[in-house]
Design a protein around this ligand. Sequence first.
Ligand code: SF4
Length: 262
Amino acid sequence: MKNINENDRYFYTSAKSCPFECSYCFATLPNFSDDLGSLQELHTEESIISGPRVIYPSCDSEIFLSNDLVRTLDRITKVEKQVVVSYSTKKRLSNKDLNMITEINEILNESSGFIKVGISITNINSIALYEKGCAGFEDRIENLLRLAESSIPTGVNIKPILPFISLDEYLRIVEHTIKYCDRFMLGDLYIDESTSFGKSVLSEYPGFITTKSIDWLNKDLKVKVYSEGEKKHKIQKSILSKGGKFFESDLSLINDIIKYGN
Ligand code: SF4
């Protein structure tokens, strides 16, 4: 399978909203969701033949892993097109979810594609505070274990690296997850300035704030970003010292799976 480039990506959302309440969610940023596509757009003949090669069912997407997606992928892979689905979640995966992930993987495997499941872990001890409704840490580890047992490609998304979480807690995340997954995606915190969480990050960490464009949206959306280089660097070092790999983007992690296998 050939490497995938940025223009081959497709982000879609659905009418259903995410059931979780992460304090740092940037899906609520003004203009953000307006720019995401819909699953229906992938059904056109043109899209099936020359459309995207990596499909993102939005964040956090267990409600978007639907039978509709299965049918769409079935049609896309019939023309022997290699497609990757990149799905990320903070939920506890049920047997039904795992069955659907396995079914999607089998469909995609027919034309050398695959589904990659990103298990998002931003902290261990403050989930009830920052990620209301999401699975606990142990359940996310269990997700990684069960996905590994089913030979589904995975990644651990340490994204966003949060300001209120200690380096020690991040090092423990690496230590606990690397037994089941050696690919990590690290990412900065995009700030929604209208929320109390966003306001507190801006006021308490002024030295770590920059402004960036979100390049994968059609619109030129600029956001404030919290990025603490030294903390990130120490997490990267820990991953490397334990034999893992880290990536700055989901696409580079996917291309690594394409190059070296699961
Ligand atoms: S899971 Fe994703 S979309 Fe849902 S609230 Fe959290 S950050 Fe937002």
